[in-house]
Design a protein around this ligand. Structure first.
Ligand code: ADP
Ligand code: MG
Length: 615
């Protein structure tokens, strides 16, 4: 009997292994860049020709290799980076499998030049399809240069599978960006056909981001940082208005290694919820530092996937880090005012609104989440004074003679400061005014604040409804003549499915025969002219959002109802209403944007005003 099982010759084994490591020019670039970083380089140069099909060369000024190591580096499983299986669990360097150079040399023509600092001469090695062609001493600078030529020259089938140059180049740039982002302290250059594409000088992460993505990123980055005992998150997120419809500028690095994770991506996007549209993607570059013992990076040969011991905690920490960063960014304009004493005076001493201040308070207090619901119920009440035809409902009385008391718990002092507003029928001509019945302009001594009344009110209501949906505390006003509403079967099913959520918002809706509902009550804080119209409109809006965006039920309801019941353009406001609107806006967690991502206000600071006049 003949034995037919044989060991594969090395060259073939390498070619097969190469298939895992080197799928395209970009994957070779990634390995070569990582080797250069591992070698301690401070300057790395990349040369690309014909989208890497002809040449990918990486030149570094790292520690170089001895002649023996240079030869060894092309052997499979030859690595200087781990020695025992224990080391596998403490991997900090990029490479560790010792198969990149062997794989590349199996499917390309490779020329290596390398020199250590303490040796006079460098080593040159040429290898083609795993076959050593030349090894000799030459003179070359300290460091290593690896040139990979004619990838897949000996595997024509695979060469034919390479994509067009633009596609392959895109992959190359992606890999380059990832490594360049994770090492801002290293200088990188990239040349395509001898033309310089990138020249990134060593610097801070923010400078690196701008260097890679362009000047427009300046001023669009919000720092993000969260330190916990098991996991640190640092990096930058893009401001919500900078979000794009296309993906590609989302980067996670775990212990400086680029990874892909739709689960963690979700953690970031969910923190942006309500700030950007559902089809937009925020920019982010986030670095996670975690004890290597708690991760497994070896689940995928190209190592962009990763397993965490405790994925949920990682998710929660990232989400909270991003939320905090967004919060800090959003309160910024308000914090600006808080240091401004004059603004306080303008705000509090406005004679038109007969405001008295018991104790000193700063504008900052508007930002406290504790800005109580009770304290701002004045908005609707104040508002009602302006609504001649607003229907009155039993149980909703608010004697006008009484003073409305708005309380602002002060974050600084920890106790409550009181702002007493006497309702006034008078029209104000003070420091706030309306433009085009659409924008509220408030004066500050540092400039002007211009608020989009509709967007601002949508934001205020949205946050209120989200809260009510969570706490089931939406107050209801009873309808005097409860209307019935005949729906189509699909809408009827939709409404029945949402009854508990509708109830949380203050709707009291009952089944009333086939496909018909009876509207007993509507949210107390909504100015209703026609309950039926309100409810139908809500369902309509809900369905629109549902087809456009993949929102969950509550999120959709909160958005729909705030869209439906917000103040609209063209509605006249008196000065108290304007001030309450602005006050409530800044009491929101995310005052800068409407739930669907439109700006709620802009600040025109004095510097820009001066600049208009060339001062
Ligand atoms: P790994 O990086 O997984 O160890 P590689 O095949 O990528 O495997 O490299 C094999 C070895 O060659 C490395 O462990 C390292 O010692 C050496 N090496 C590769 N590239 C460089 C470089 N640019 N500078 C110095 N040494 C290098
Ligand atoms: Mg390597």
């Amino acid at each position: 009997m003949n034995n037919i099982i044989q060991l594969l010759p090395d060259a073939i084994a390498n070619q097969i292994a190469a298939g895992e490591v080197v799928q395209r020019p970009a994957s070779a670039l990634k390995e070569l860049l990582e080797n250069a970083v591992d070698a301690g380089a401070t300057q790395i140069q990349v040369l690309v020709k014909d989208a890497g099909k002809q040449l990918i060369q990486v030149i570094d000024n790292g520690k170089g290799m001895s002649p023996t190591d240079a030869r060894m580096s092309f052997e499979r499983h030859a690595t200087s980076k781990i020695r025992t299986s224990q080391d596998l669990f403490a991997i900090r360097t990029f490479g560790f499998r010792g198969e990149a150079l062997a794989s590349i040399a199996a499917v390309a023509q490779v020329e290596l030049k390398t020199r250590q600092a303490d040796s006079e001469l460098a080593t040159l090695i040429q290898i083609e399809g795993s076959e050593l062609k030349k090894q000799e001493p030459i003179s070359a600078p300290v460091g290593t240069s690896v040139a990979m030529k004619n990838l897949f020259f000996n595997v024509p089938a695979r060469r034919n599978f390479l994509k067009s140059n633009p596609v392959e180049m895109r992959h190359i740039v992606d890999e380059f960006q990832r490594v360049a982002l994770s090492y801002p302290e290293i200088g990188f250059t990239l040349y395509q056909q001898d033309l310089e594409t990138y020249n990134l000088t060593p610097g801070k992460l923010s400078q690196r981001i701008v260097g890679l993505f362009g000047k427009s990123y300046q001023g669009q980055l919000v720092p993000c940082e969260e330190v916990t005992p098991h996991l640190n998150v640092t990096g930058y997120i893009g401001k919500p208005e900078h979000a794009k419809k296309t993906r590609g500028e989302q980067f996670f690095f775990v212990n400086n290694r680029y990874i892909r994770s739709s689960y963690l991506h979700h953690a970031v996007s969910s923190a942006f919820e309500g700030l950007i549209q559902a089809d937009q993607h925020p920019f982010y570059v986030l670095f996670l530092e975690i004890d290597p013992a708690h991760i497994d990076i070896n689940v995928h040969p190209t190592k962009t996937e990763i397993k965490f011991d405790d994925e949920r905690t990682v998710y929660a920490v990232i989400r909270s880090a991003v939320k905090q960063a967004l919060g800090a960014h959003h309160v910024m304009p308000a914090l600006d005012f808080s240091v401004d004493v004059n603004f306080q005076e303008n705000w509090t001493k406005n004679p038109e609104t007969a405001v008295q201040v018991d104790r000193e308070y700063s504008y900052k207090t508007f930002n406290t989440p504790e800005f109580k619901k009770s304290s701002v119920s004045g908005w609707e009440k104040l508002f009602e004074g302006n609504f001649e035809n607003a229907p009155k409902y039993p149980g909703q009385s608010h004697p006008r003679e009484e003073q409305e008391i708005l309380t602002f718990p002060s974050r600084a002092s920890g106790d409550e400061s009181r702002l007493v507003i006497q309702p006034s029928e008078q029209e104000a001509t003070g420091t706030t005014f309306q433009v085009e019945l659409s924008y509220v302009v408030a004066q500050m001594s540092t400039g002007l604040l211009i608020v989009d009344q509709q967007m601002a009110h949508e934001r205020i209501l949205y946050e209120r409804y989200i809260k009510q949906l969570a706490t089931h505390q939406g107050a209801s006003q009873q309808c005097l003549f409860p209307p019935t509403l005949q729906l189509n079967p699909a809408d009827f099913a939709l409404v029945m499915d949402m009854l508990p959520e509708l109830f949380s918002l203050g709707f009291v809706v009952e089944e009333f025969g086939k496909d018909t509902v009876l509207i007993q009550g509507v949210p107390a804080d909504v100015q209703v002219k026609n309950e039926k119209e309100l409810f139908e409109g809500l369902i309509e809006q809900f369905k629109n959002f549902k087809s456009e965006l993949s929102l969950d039920k509550r999120e959709n309801l909160a958005r729909s109802l705030s869209r439906k019941s917000s103040l609209k353009k063209g509605q006249k406001l008196n000065s108290q209403e304007m001030e309450t609107l602005v006050g409530q806006l800044f009491a929101c967690q995310h005052p800068n944007y409407s739930p669907s991502g439109n700006k709620t206000f802009v600040k025109l600071d004095l510097t820009s005003i001066h600049a208009f006049f060339g001062k």
